[in-house]
Design a protein around this ligand. Structure first.
Ligand code: PLP
Length: 399
């Protein structure tokens, strides 16, 4: 079978690959603890399930418009107004089968061969592959631990060329949990005002998973004058435990949104109609479960940090959002496993943890900054505790 050349530009999602490998081992009887998955372990709240059932019962089972049902687009407008103090018109809104699909639509309709997209690293794995798939050139900018894993104005300016088309921002960030402050975003906006050709993509999918009292700030809040250049993306997967519903939304420039809708019309037609109705319920109000989930995540984060920082050779700062930590494992490089292998990369370490400690984590190289690894704490507390015991023991077995 001769596959298309463009396939050579991308690789399968490493986070999905780790989750699949852990599932495979589990199926073969190995007691693997998966710390690789990017989805909350809670049950989807009843209010959402009930609405989905109701949609089925009401026969809302037909195609939807490519931009999304009008009720959902209105709910999205209300959400942006209520939670983010952002005002949008119906023509500024598009709906897709997850943020993942909408990102792809955005890159597909804007990138020409060689157009550059600045992606601060560590980054969520799909940004760079999607850019490459759309003939663009990802420009990865390393944001060090000493910088809180965040892009500085100086690094942004240095990365810009005449070919720069997009800057991707993701706060709270997967994989680091870093959250940009109003001041930090404002400083980036100062640079971006000098380059009118650059659009800003703000992936806010972890908006509601934050652990400080500081209000959430998205890029459109700090640079209202750049509104036409900002594409704000969000989705129901993480906040409302709706990963399998596959539902995301974006707000931005009408011309861009129209083009993205055209891609929907020629690819998926629309996001799943039942999921759209369920999302209308999800976005309707500030439910109590959001607070409860945050409390549980914060408790797990603190427990995890304490345990992980108690392991010789691994250190991690406190992240303020999402449900990941991104510990550094530089000191473990060069150590030898009981099997005689010298650890030369975070991938070696993640492989060692999976095969010898039966704990699945994702190596930092997959996110563009090494040597680190990502732990997802979207997993029950007892499993998380057991995983920490196993990691500690595995590290102690290194020489
Ligand atoms: N953006 C980030 C930063 C993510 O971590 C994820 C999922 O892991 C997504 C987007 C994808 O979200 P969706 O389920 O809406 O496609």
């Amino acid at each position: 079978m001769q596959l298309a050349n463009r396939l050579s530009k991308i690789k399968p999602s490493p986070t999905v690959a780790v989750t699949m490998r852990a599932a495979e081992l589990r199926a073969s009887g190995v007691d693997v603890i998966g710390l690789g998955a990017g989805e909350p372990d809670f049950a989807t709240p009843d209010v959402i399930l009930d609405t989905a059932h109701q949609a089925l019962n009401d026969g809302k089972t037909k195609y939807a418009p490519p931009a999304g049902i009008i009720e959902l687009r209105q709910a999205i407008i209300n959400k942006f107004q209520r939670e983010n103090q952002l005002t949008f018109d119906i023509s500024n809104i598009t709906v897709g089968s997850g943020v993942k699909q909408l990102l792809y639509n955005a890159f597909l309709v804007t990138l020409n061969q060689g157009d550059e997209v600045i992606v601060p690293a560590p980054y969520w794995v799909s940004y760079v592959d999607q850019v490459a798939l759309c003939d663009g050139a990802p420009v990865v900018v390393s944001c060090e631990r000493s910088e809180g894993f965040k892009l500085t104005p100086e690094k942004l300016r240095a990365a810009i060329t005449t070919k720069t088309k997009w800057l991707v921002l993701n706060s709270p960030c997967n994989p680091t949990g870093a959250v940009y402050s109003r001041e930090e975003l404002t400083a980036l906006a100062v640079v971006l005002r000098d380059f009118p050709q650059i659009q800003i993509l703000s992936d806010d999918i972890y908006e509601h998973i934050r652990f400080t009292d500081a209000p959430f700030v998205t890029f459109a809040n700090v640079a209202p004058d750049l509104k036409d250049r900002i594409l704000t993306m969000n989705g129901v997967s993480k906040t409302y435990v709706m990963t399998g519903f596959r539902l995301g939304y974006a707000a931005g420039n009408k011309t861009l949104i129209k083009a993205m809708n055209m891609i929907n019309s020629q690819t998926t037609t629309s996001a799943c109609t039942i999921s759209q109705w369920a999302a209308v319920a999800a976005l309707a109000e500030d439910y109590d479960f959001l607070q409860q989930h945050r409390k549980i995540f914060k408790h797990r984060r603190d427990l995890l940090l304490e345990r992980i920082n108690g392991i010789d050779g691994i250190t991690c700062d406190t992240p303020h959002g999402a449900f990941y930590i991104y510990p550094e494992c530089t000191e473990l490089m060069g150590r030898k496993t009981p099997q005689g292998k010298i650890l030369q990369s975070d991938e070696d370490f993640a492989h060692y943890l999976l095969e010898q400690a039966n704990v699945a984590v994702v190596h930092g190289e997959a996110f563009g900054l090494s040597p680190y690894f990502r732990i997802s704490y979207a997993i029950a507390e007892n499993a998380l505790q057991e995983a920490c015991v196993r990691i500690k023991k595995a590290v102690e077995n290194l020489s």
